[in-house]
Ligand binder design. Structure first.
Ligand code: B1N
Length: 808
């Protein structure tokens, strides 16, 4: 790796200059926020120098460019990550200590941009890191929301949402590029004009806004490649500021155009795998798609002229879920309306360029828009979709018996709606799921008709995680131990972690693995003390479930287990419980009442148990507010049990399961999503698997023979008691009983099979924790999980995308 700074002294001199230039003060007189801004500015400058070299290299080598379109990029803090990737983290930490500062404190000043909801957005960010590491010319294309995902506060046990003003102190990583702005038209009407035998279409009378890009450098590990993430913001076209209105005292009226335009990029919709349907969301989807497509075509044209048929050779457009589904139609529009290509030529180019990843089979998350809304907002794009749909229908041989059903299942326009998943599939040459079982379910059910017609386009790309961020950076004590044992090649190639298996029989090494875990637990305990005022004991088992709140993820099952342990201990003080701290963290969509009630239940149970001296020496419950990338990096390294307990068949992949495995937690989980691949890699004996499998869930549902009441009645003593406690005031102290949860279980017949899996789950937890006192064997299993987790590096995932989908 080329050194950016010869030595500490050189770094210090330059850093001092940056601090002076930005704050007008000497380093010693500045606050940590000034120090952060100066350091980030300086590193961003270094990154842009490498970015220019990367660009030059890509151009001369004629590299294929990959554009990753995603409506979310949950990038987290960048400073520490970039210091690590540039190979100067230790040098900078040392130098700043010499100057009398503290790098950790400086790093804590960085805003944690919440431009994503959960797994999908974080995956996109891990992919950027890995594309840069693999030397791919890969670009993120997304949205710059003024307000990221809401901040979560807990008041009387309830989630309260507060605006996330992540930009209020400035964001030194981004550079605004007004010269690259793109005009985006909404509404209007389609007009046609004849030229010879060809009809050309355009739209008149549109309401236009300006999409303005902000670029963030993406620094790859090794410092060879710096790519970029381009996020689009909406602004009014010219200054339509109305001076007369202003002078007449109508201040809001004077600025109406600005407010209307800026509304498009004001907020991130807080639904993770949930329903959508708002007009503003559709505007967001078109804005970042249209601006991104225009930009990539301009770049192509600069390098290759108007040789559009070469586009698939030099450009790959990847659509992360259906939110960028308009990539296909928008590219068609430009190639035909502006470049004069025929439908057939344009279609050939589009379908060889675009590819699509599906992230969920939950029916409520499959995006659909009313045709009336769509065609009014985007008349020409809609017209193209209508034609795509017409040609698709025409391709069916209706004399075949299966055709009618296939057409119904695969049509883009149906029942007055635009079905975005079907549009995505039809416009693509590749469709992938995000874990083996998920890809199989797509082929066998969700997209089975497409799979029957075009099996070759379906493939699997099991998700991955940035092992540099979520292991090297998040867990420095363990990472140091690993590097001492096997060298630091694993940073570059995570499969080298497998060399750690050689240490599974080394008691001294295992002891150090345990000591590192204890230090991480202490670090988290300090954070919890600071943030929640709660004391938790690092000598108890840290049992962790951190992810979005959703019924299918079954945080409810977890807290019911805690209620059960509590009840049994009160009934029998000799009932043995391995002392455990149950840690929960995660947000619920603001409109998702049931998920918010589960958060309230967890806090209600915590309030009772944590204050009951009869049990709080063996059980504590801790809800950490405002889960986000930055505190996730404190939580994963402290975990010993990884709760991955979704109803089988529902979690497409999960990625916290991988992060926790890598940090040495044992998985307590169902055979769902990537848990199955974790078990394949690390061995079932090193995890704790319970519950119904996907075929068993399907069979039970199909039988119509599941009755929640019967399950509860067969165990009045334990399950019956828990169900009663939802209503009888036991946990109502903070803010009341839990009628809607009771109703869901008993009167909605427990859709997510919480009651069905309850006993097998609690038994699995008890057996697993019973093995905890044998610290050496526990540490061995933890180390084994880390050793086998390298396959889950997103570097591996990205190489598969590169070789099998993008051919870059
Ligand atoms: O994507 C992750 C997976 O690991 C998770 O299993 C999956 O639940 C998650 C609409 C989504 N699926 N769908 C979404 C997010 C936001 C939105 O507006 C859908 N997120 C997932 C990464 O593959």
């Amino acid at each position: 790796m080329e050194k950016i700074y010869e030595n500490k002294e050189q770094f210090i001199e330059q850093y001092r200059q940056h601090v002076r230039a930005l704050s007008g003060k000497e380093f010693e007189d500045t606050s940590d926020i000034d120090r952060f801004t100066a350091l980030a500015n300086m590193v961003a400058g270094d990154a842009r120098v490498i970015a220019a070299k990367t660009d030059e290299r890509n151009r001369t080598e004629g590299k294929k460019r990959v554009y990753y379109f995603s409506i979310e990029f949950l990038i987290g803090r960048l400073l520490d990550n970039y210091l690590l990737n540039l190979g100067i983290r230790d040098l900078v930490a040392d130098a700043i200590a010499d100057m009398g500062g503290d790098l950790d404190e400086i790093e804590r000043q960085e805003p944690d941009p919440a431009l994503g909801n959960g797994g999908l957005g974080r995956l996109a960010a891990c992919f950027l890191d890995s594309m840069a590491h693999e030397g791919i010319a890969g670009y993120g294309n997304g949205m710059r929301y003024r307000y990221g995902l809401f901040k979560q506060e807990i008041v009387d046990g309830r989630q309260v949402e507060v605006a996330d003003e992540w930009l209020s102190k400035g964001y030194p990583w981004e550079v605004k590029r007004p010269d690259k702005a793109v005009r985006i038209g909404f509404g209007g009407h389609v007009v046609s004009r004849q030229e010879g035998d060809r009809t050309f279409y355009s739209v008149e009378g549109t309401d236009d806004v300006l999409a303005v890009p902000y670029d963030i450098p993406i620094v790859g590990y090794g410092g060879e490649t710096v790519n970029k993430l381009r996020c689009w913001s909406a602004e009014p076209i010219d200054d339509h500021f109305d001076l007369d209105a202003f002078n007449a005292g109508d201040y809001t009226g004077a600025d109406r155009d600005r407010a209307n335009a800026e509304a498009i990029s004001a907020i991130l919709y807080p639904n993770d795998a949930g329903e959508h349907g708002r007009l503003l969301r559709l505007k967001q989807e078109y804005l970042f798609v249209a601006a991104g497509i225009r930009t990539l075509l301009d770049t192509f044209e600069r390098e290759h002229g108007k040789a559009w048929n070469e586009l698939p050779r030099y450009v790959a457009i990847h659509t992360n879920d259906t939110h960028p589904a308009m990539c296909g139609p928008e590219l068609m529009r430009i190639l035909m309306d502006e470049e004069g290509l025929t439908w057939d030529d344009a279609w050939e180019i589009v379908t060889n360029t675009v590819s699509y990843t599906n992230h969920t089979i939950l029916p409520e998350a499959l995006e659909k828009w009313p045709i009336s809304t769509f065609s009014t907002l985007l008349p020409r794009v809609y017209q193209i979709i209508d034609e795509i749909n017409r040609r698709w229908r025409e391709s069916f041989d209706m004399s075949k018996p299966e055709s009618a059903e296939r057409l119904r299942a695969t049509a883009v326009l149906w029942d007055g709606e635009v079905r975005m998943a079907n549009l995505s599939v039809i416009c693509s040459h590749s469709v992938n799921g995000v874990a083996k079982i998920h890809s199989d379910i797509l082929k066998a059910s969700t997209l089975k008709d497409f799979a029957a017609m075009r099996p070759e386009m379906f493939n699997n790309k099991t998700n991955g995680i940035s092992h540099r961020r979520f292991f090297a950076e998040a867990n420095p004590t363990y990472a140091k131990l690993v590097t001492e044992a096997i060298g630091d090649g694993w940073l570059d190639d995570a499969r080298e972690l497998e060399k750690l298996t050689a240490f599974e029989g080394d008691p001294a090494f295992l002891e150090r693995v345990g000591a590192s875990k204890l230090a991480n637990k202490q670090r988290l305990a300090d954070y919890v003390k600071r943030e929640c005022g709660l004391t938790i004991d690092p000598n108890t088992v840290f049992d962790v479930q951190v992810k979005r709140f959703h019924a299918y993820k079954r945080q409810l099952l977890n807290i019911m287990k805690v209620m059960d342990l509590y009840n049994r201990r009160l009934a029998d003080p000799n009932f043995k419980i391995q002392p455990t701290t149950f840690i929960f963290s995660g947000k619920a969509a603001s409109s998702y009442t049931f998920a918010k009630e589960v958060i309230r239940l967890i806090n209600g149970v915590a309030e009772v148990i944590n204050n009951d001296p009869r049990v709080n020496d063996v059980i504590k419950v801790c809800f950490i507010p405002n889960f986000r990338v930055s505190n996730a990096q404190l939580i994963y390294p402290a975990a010993e049990i990884s709760e991955q307990i979704s109803t089988a068949g529902k979690e497409a992949s999960g990625t916290s399961n991988m992060k926790l495995m890598m940090n040495g937690a044992l998985t307590l989980g169902t055979m769902d999503g990537a848990n199955i691949e974790i078990v394949d890699l690390a061995g079932r004996e090193n995890e704790a698997i319970f519950g119904l499998t996907t075929p068993e869930v399907d069979a039970l549902r199909a039988s119509g023979q599941y009755f929640a009441w019967d399950v509860v009645n067969s165990d009045r003593a334990r399950l019956g008691r828990i169900i009663d406690q939802l209503l009888d005031g036991t946990f109502a102290g903070l803010s009341g009983n839990f009628e809607s949860i009771h109703h869901e279980l008993m009167f909605n017949n427990d859709y997510d099979l919480v009651l069905k899996d309850f006993h097998s789950y609690v038994d699995a937890w008890e057996s697993l924790t019973a093995t905890y006192p044998d610290a050496q064997d526990w540490n061995r299993r933890a180390l084994h999980n880390t050793a086998m987790s390298g396959w889950f590096s997103s570097d591996r995932t990205i190489r598969e995308y590169r070789d099998e989908i993008w051919h870059a």
